[in-house]
Design a protein around this ligand. Structure first.
Ligand code: GLU
Length: 309
């Protein structure tokens, strides 16, 4: 039986919060360095509309790499999977998210999967539209539909801060352009990518997106299908194989929930057929995952037997 009350969640947050002392907020994007390392919040969104939560749930954060799952879902719908997987692979790397290493040794130089930065940049490149505004609007419209909230937007400060400092991502883009995996202007792509990563919400919103993935793309309250079940299935599979950076194997063994994290400290979980989870805890472990967020998921998974394996 899954966790049923906010009081149960509050106890788990209290226990996991100790871990925030042992993590560090990401500061390679200068704006992210301003986060409070002791923040921790969680929400669980059930298909019947119930939502339980604990911690600083009003705190907003940017999606960062969590956005990669959503942009992947969008391009799979816009382009179809054969087109997408001709340009980005399906294999985990075991390398850090921003590594260029495998790209150099692969022939052709197609990124191994859409969850590492190189692959995510290729996915963002595939978002349809003539201008950054139009393409970002498509993505934002999809995110707003997933949450059922038209006010969702992005944090300009975080987007600018990343755009101004994203030299490693620039290097990845130029490499991909040299190998003709992407064709557009690198600055244009980075503009779109950094806005995508800076889409902002709270853990309640994130739990709601996780719930739609958990329910195979259908909003159970309205019965409306927001994405094909095959798209939701592919996304959840990537969340299992490469959603938690190069800790995905350990995460699958210890926790066993499809999940995607971001360097802002967000984690989205989708427990298949059951519920969605949204977590925010900006203190990260050495692999880039929310240190208290992982602990919280570990407690939840053990206490309520949530592992899908
Ligand atoms: N915008 C971040 C980057 O590309 C996302 C990284 C992450 O959350 O893993 O570096």
């Amino acid at each position: 039986m899954p966790c049923q009350s906010s009081d149960e969640l509050k106890l788990l947050v209290k226990e996991a919060k100790v871990c925030t002392n042992y993590g560090k907020v990401a500061d390679y994007i200068p704006e992210l360095g301003k986060a409070n390392p002791n923040d921790l919040s969680i929400a669980i969104n059930y298909p019947d509309g119930r939502c339980i939560s604990a911690g600083d749930i009003d705190k907003k954060f940017t999606l960062q790499s969590i956005s990669k799952v959503i942009s992947l879902a969008l391009v799979l719908m816009e382009r179809g999977s054969p087109y997408v997987f001709e340009r980005v692979g399906m294999e985990p790397t075991g390398d850090p998210f921003n590594s260029i290493a495998k790209l150099e040794t692969m022939a052709p130089a197609k990124p191994l999967n859409p969850m590492i930065n190189a692959g995510a940049l290729v996915v963002t490149h595939m978002i349809k539209g003539d201008t950054v505004e139009e393409r970002f609007h498509r993505l934002l419209t999809f995110i707003r539909e997933l949450i059922g909230d038209d006010t969702i937007g992005y944090c300009e400060r975080v987007a600018r801060s990343e755009f101004e400092t994203a030299n490693l991502n620039r290097a990845l883009c130029y490499f991909l352009k040299q190998h003709k995996i992407i064709q557009e202007d690198v600055e244009t792509l980075l503009d779109l990518y950094t806005k995508q990563c800076a889409v902002e919400m709270n853990c309640l919103d994130l739990a709601r997106i996780g719930m739609i993935f958990a329910m195979d793309g259908v909003d159970p309250l309205t019965g409306k299908r927001i994405m094909p079940d095959d798209v939701a299935r592919i996304c959840k599979t990537f969340m299992v194989t490469c959603g938690m950076y190069n800790a995905s194997g350990e995460f699958a063994i210890k926790i066993g929930i499809p999940a995607k994290s971001g360097v802002s400290g967000g984690i989205m979980g989708a427990v298949p057929g059951k519920f969605g989870i949204g977590i925010f805890g900006p203190a990260l472990d050495e692999k880039g995952n929310s240190i208290a967020g992982i602990r919280l998921l570990e407690l939840l998974s053990k206490n309520y037997r949530l592992s899908m394996f």
